[in-house]
Design a protein around this ligand. Sequence first.
Ligand code: GLY
Length: 313
Amino acid sequence: MPTPRKTLLVHGGCGRRPSTIPEGRDEALARAVAEGLRGKSAIDMVERAARFLEDNPLFNAGTGSVLTLEGHVEMDAAVMTSDLHAGAVGGITGVRHPISVARAVMEKTDHHLLVGEGATKFARHAGFPLYDPRTATRKKRWKELIAKLRAGGEAAEDRYWKRTRSWLERYLSPDERGHRSTIGAVACDAKGRLAVATSTGGIWLKLPGRVGDSPVLGGGTYACEQGAVSATGFGEGILRLGLAKYACDLMRTLPCQKALDRATAFARREGVEAGLIGVDKGGRPGSSKNAPWMPTARSVEGGPGRAPGLPLR
Ligand code: GLY
């Protein structure tokens, strides 16, 4: 069997192409790859890349996460490796790097998924200091949105998510509505081990307690012997389709790129906007989307690096 190629890909969400791409966004993805490559094992690589992006407020993960209807940040994150080890957190608050808490769940507990208060409490016990990931920009925007809701005679009604959805249509700008900037990373290391990391703040004005696809193993995040896949897009839909696992299963018989293309085509038929990045057991990368845009960056040993507008390595 040929030596696996050390490969790392990251994504910064999918959706419509914003009218103006925030300055530094593409460079951040390229730099996340460079940071990830400093890791030796696949899990180190994806964690390093994800932490880097969680620290960049241009993305909706960690610092810069969007706010819930009540004005808080509740973050979801997961990691998984090809030997089926996994850790995830849902609706975690008060931490800087949810992806590292997810890794701690994998390595320090007998569980795979911790949520809400329990996840936050675990983070404190595991030594993650208290941190407020809300940025001034997000707080200002939240105040504007809530003021608009109230001015429209819509008190902060939180009983029906369908209603929240119609608010999003009405009050968010097309760019805010059209692009979801969840972040994700997949890697294959020199020993052929695979890993995936996905992290997100979810969606604007979500109901407190809403958990999307990202921390759900098989939904937005999955890895197995065949491949590792991170998803971005419409969380409720991706979750329902088990899209990351579906794409990994397809890699049993299809090359990585074809498997991802087939998975995003399936999602399109089901009316679910989705983007996927993946890597297979030989380190072959792939990325696919049924949305107009999904910024990615990658490094493939022995292959050309690719980043939007930037050469890698
Ligand atoms: N895909 C991220 C989310 O919907 O939470």
